[in-house]
Design a protein around this ligand. Structure first.
Ligand code: ADP
Length: 508
């Protein structure tokens, strides 16, 4: 059965009112898409980075024929997770339809970029390239989702030799999505490619040793990786004819959702983003990476000379809630007052609160120390609250610096997530990093980052940096500045924290 990719469309009106702001008939548009696990989202911005339109397709509820739960199929082994590739294609069809239905004139789109969930791979069957050129994709494309794409490809090669033999190309979710816009195979970009465990992030090329350890002919199957800022080509003639895109609309390389979020958070050199949710996550902009066994380092999606890193900490808000319940009667106000009423550096008390096995570092248990580095069994409630929050942020800083992050004079800390509503917690964050803290909204960052990247891709060749492009974006909100004594207190405390952490790890 042949499956038609995009529906016929009716001509759009000359100008529209979207998101409450009038769009001039000739206003250029830039699209950012996000192929996430549960839905496909889009944001359209204008040349002043104003969001003019947002839309989405929720897989489970809007495409029920695919019978996904949370956008995926979980296999009988409870380990293998796949998503039906045609569902993404159909979601794109529906999304373009919805955008046009809302009156968005796709002929104004100058560039498109996007992101896909990281670590997913798409195997294109032999002949798919021809089908793709005719934009009528084979419905039997096979897609497999697991962590780390290199290992995943090796598994397909070992367990499904015949299907592997019949594979013409292997894409990531991001480059697969870009292929749908290009009408031919899209290159894997350096940033998402870094998450495969196959790319040498310094030479920005495939590591031959890793390719050979994975499967034969990997060079050919993956194609050459390209900088994340590359213009891959114009949109397919199919999209021009069927959806009214302009022939000059460019497709800028798609990337992974985490790199796209870095762009959406408007992170710049020296910045760090700290998400204070159920788990805490730290995003870093790094100039000189020092890859370690902990954390993930990627080529930077918006600056070809730089890198980015991600660190995950399991003991985040749930641990803060436990200490709030035990030391502050369940009240964030009393918890905050304890932070206000205790001094920077906590008179030398340091605490480690790993209620569950931590990821960074791999340690467990609660460990409290007095100013002489002697382990103690308890702290008074107010001191315990500060020990927890200082300890968490010292850990975020220590592990960030181990990956090559360094605080520079213009460093900004971008805070997001539930606990970023707490002013006193943000003050400790500012003091420990000795940098101003700003709050940002992460909810649509991958989509928005893709739209910014689409715009940047068009001007990068003329030497315009990503931060130049962002000058028109609204400024984030400054919420805390460091205490004058913070640098001295926490530079010293960080060294003690590192020594004590080492001691705990030796005992674990
Ligand atoms: P998720 O990771 O699930 O998206 P959120 O980013 O929404 O989580 O954060 C939820 C957490 O925010 C809650 O677990 C709660 O501990 C924390 N939180 C909410 N309000 C406050 C506050 N005033 N002070 C500190 N933490 C808070």
């Amino acid at each position: 059965m042949r499956w038609c990719l995009f529906k016929c469309v009716t001509p759009p009106p000359p100008s529209v009112c979207v998101s409450g702001s009038f769009m001039a008939a000739d206003s250029p548009l830039y699209l950012g898409l996000d192929f996430s696990t549960q839905q496909l989202k889009v944001v359209a911005i204008d040349g002043d980075l104003r969001v003019l339109h947002e839309n989405s397709v929720h897989f489970d509820s809007e495409l029920p024929d695919f019978r996904t739960q949370g956008g995926v199929h979980i296999h009988a082994d409870r380990l293998t997770v796949t998503s039906p590739v045609l569902m993404w294609v159909k979601a794109l069809d529906l999304l373009l339809d919805k955008m046009k239905g809302a009156g968005l004139d796709l002929s104004h789109v100058r560039a498109v970029s996007g992101s896909g969930q990281q670590h997913g791979s798409v195997f294109w069957r032999r002949g798919a390239s021809e089908t793709l050129k005719q934009l009528d994709p084979d419905q039997n494309l096979h897609q497999l989702l697991q962590r780390f794409t290199g290992n995943q490809i090796a598994k397909v090669h070992q367990n499904r030799a015949e299907e592997f033999q019949d594979t013409e190309r292997i894409s990531l979710v991001s480059s697969f999505a870009a292929s749908l816009f290009l009408g031919c195979y899209a290159a894997i970009d350096h940033s998402d490619g870094s998450g495969m465990n196959l790319l040498d992030i310094r030479t920005r090329n495939w590591s031959q040793i890793c390719l050979e350890a994975t499967a034969p002919h990997m060079d050919r199957l993956l194609g050459a990786p390209l900088p994340s800022t590359s213009v891959l080509g114009p949109v397919s003639s199919y999209l021009v004819q069927r959806c009214g895109f302009s022939e000059s609309c460019s497709v800028v390389a798609f990337t992974g959702d985490n790199p796209a979020s870095l762009a959406g958070m408007k992170l710049q050199q020296g910045d760090v983003a700290v998400s204070l949710g159920t788990s805490d996550t730290v995003f870093l902009w790094i100039q000189q990476p020092r890859p370690a066994l902990e954390g993930h380092i990627f080529c930077n999606p918006v600056d070809q000379q730089a890198y980015m890193a991600l660190l995950c900490f399991k003991n985040g808000s749930l641990t803060r809630e436990r200490i709030r319940n035990e030391c502050s009667g369940g009240s964030w106000e009393i918890f905050s007052a304890a932070l206000r009423d205790t001094p920077l550096g906590n008179d030398g008390h340091i605490g480690f609160y790993f209620d569950t096995m931590e990821i960074t570092p791999p340690a467990v248990g609660v460990h409290r120390f007095d100013s002489a580095d002697t382990e103690v069994s308890s702290l008074c409630p107010q001191v315990e609250v500060r020990a927890l929050v200082e300890g968490q942020f010292l850990s975020r800083r220590l592990h960030a610096e181990r990956l090559g992050y360094s605080i520079i004079s213009g460093t900004r800390v971008m805070a997001t997530g539930g606990a970023s509503s707490n002013q006193e917690i943000l003050q400790v964050l500012s003091d420990v990093f000795n940098a101003p803290v700003f709050t940002i909204d992460l909810s649509n960052s991958a989509c928005l980052g893709s739209a910014y990247r689409a715009l940047h891709g068009l001007v990068v060749e003329s030497g315009v940096s990503f931060s130049d492009v962002l000058k028109k974006a609204p400024e984030p909100q400054l919420v805390a500045t460091p205490h004058p004594a913070a640098k001295e207190v926490y530079d010293r405390m960080l060294k003690r924290y590192a020594r004590l952490e080492e001691r705990i790890l030796q005992k674990t």
